[in-house]
Design a protein around this ligand. Structure first.
Ligand code: URA
Length: 188
């Protein structure tokens, strides 16, 4: 079995935190393996919980549109979340839930070997870039850690609530495309 499939089947059995008791489906991740560019959200919402795939609800539709602007999509990158099970009422995942789950993301990243990790929103950026990450001030900035380039953009749900943030996100997406090209991530 492929390493990622083996990891996924372990993840689907997970009972490591309280979210296991309220989930419908584990939302492991989707995309190509390995992948130069990985997007990380915070955790599944209602549609994701029902379908078992990340970013398939309203925010996901917007994410797909955002990615297509820079020639990205589920066919040429990878999309995952900090926690793999839906927090009830879409609350933020609690620190102990993130701690219980982050090992799966770390194992995914070890298999994917990305050059670029894009955090979708504040929760992922605080977990993967730095604890005191401020999304309003620091979105679109680049951070190097262990040979990987990290950035964060506004979460698509935030862009649905507040369209005034969209022009800044467009700039961030162009910056992502430029960085991806300079690192040789994209043949196109
Ligand atoms: N929001 C997230 O952060 N992740 C999903 O998979 C869906 C919505």
């Amino acid at each position: 079995m492929h390493e990622m499939e083996a990891l996924q089947s372990r993840c689907l059995q997970c009972q490591n935190c309280r979210l296991a008791s309220t989930r419908t489906k584990v939302v492991f991740g989707v995309g190509v393996v390995p992948s130069d560019i990985v997007f990380v959200g915070e955790g599944p919402g209602q549609q994701e919980d029902l379908q078992g795939e990340p970013f398939v609800g309203a925010a996901g539709k917007l994410l797909d549109e955002m990615l297509s602007i820079i020639d990205l999509g589920r066919h040429n990158c990878y999309i995952a979340n900090i926690v793999k099970c839906r927090p009830p009422q879409n609350r933020d995942p609690m620190p102990d839930e993130q701690d219980a789950c982050i090992g799966f993301l770390n194992e995914q990243l070890a298999i994917l070997k990305p050059k670029i990790i894009v955090c979708l929103g504040r929760i992922a950026a605080m977990r993967l870039i730095k604890e005191d990450f401020r999304i309003t001030r620091e979105h679109g900035q680049w951070f190097s850690k262990d040979g990987v380039e990290y950035t964060a953009i506004y979460h698509p749900s935030a862009l649905l609530r507040d369209v005034s943030k969209r022009p800044e996100t467009f700039t961030d997406l162009l910056s992502l495309r430029a960085r991806a090209r300079s690192l040789g991530c994209q043949p196109k």
